[in-house]
Design a protein around this ligand. Structure first.
Ligand code: IMP
Ligand code: MG
Length: 178
């Protein structure tokens, strides 16, 4: 298979949009401390860039889940690789996702967070593919809506590769010519 990356959102576009989201979040949290819950590994770049532009006092939390394996479509089963590393009770929790596709992952995470008595919890995602939703979930903050395409870069991977691209690109796979 030949793998090709076609830029969908440039680094400048991504950063400009993240600055806008940071301003929206600042306006809503009004100076109250918020835990940015980075869902590893895809959300690493988004979480860091967002935090850099926020004026709201921030603490970081991490958890790790996976649902894709090495494929282009979700396995449907969410695997928890590492639980949330802070006590959620009484905290303002902002779950940071790279992308919402079927919605299964974020629905699994948000149910788990809601059960642990946070003061507030919200969902923030860099990318959203609403046309592929299998579970009814909506993010409170969305960077960009995209059509049904497989994207990599800015934290997003294909078989653990491409996460370090500084932009979001569509991954196009084509058969090698004979
Ligand atoms: P969902 O559970 O189907 O919503 O899938 C969400 C997870 O699948 C995301 O957190 C990503 O890790 C992964 N994912 C979904 N779509 C893509 C994509 O286009 N590129 C890379 N990873 C994706
Ligand atoms: Mg992810």
């Amino acid at each position: 298979m030949k793998e090709e990356c076609k830029v969908v959102f440039s680094e400048d576009q991504v950063v400009a949009r993240i600055k806008e989201i940071a301003a929206e979040i600042d306006a809503e949290y009004r100076g109250e401390t918020v835990y940015l819950l980075c869902v590893l590994k895809g959300s690493i770049y988004f979480t860091c860039e967002l935090a850099r532009h926020m004026k709201t006092p921030v603490k970081f939390g991490f958890m790790s889940v996976s649902s894709y394996g090495d494929r282009l479509t979700s396995s449907g089963a969410v695997t928890m690789n590492g639980d949330v590393d802070f006590n959620v009770a009484g905290k303002n929790v902002l779950i940071i996702e790279d992308i919402i596709d079927s919605g299964r992952t974020i629905s699994y995470i948000s149910k788990m967070i809601a059960k642990r008595d946070p003061a507030t919890w919200k969902i923030c995602t860099l990318l959203d593919k609403p046309s592929r939703r299998a579970v009814d979930v909506k993010a409170d903050y969305v960077g960009f809506e995209i059509p049904d395409m497989f994207v990599v870069g800015y934290g997003l991977d294909y078989a653990q590769r491409y996460r370090n691209l500084p932009y979001v690109a569509e991954l196009i796979l084509t058969e090698d010519p004979e």
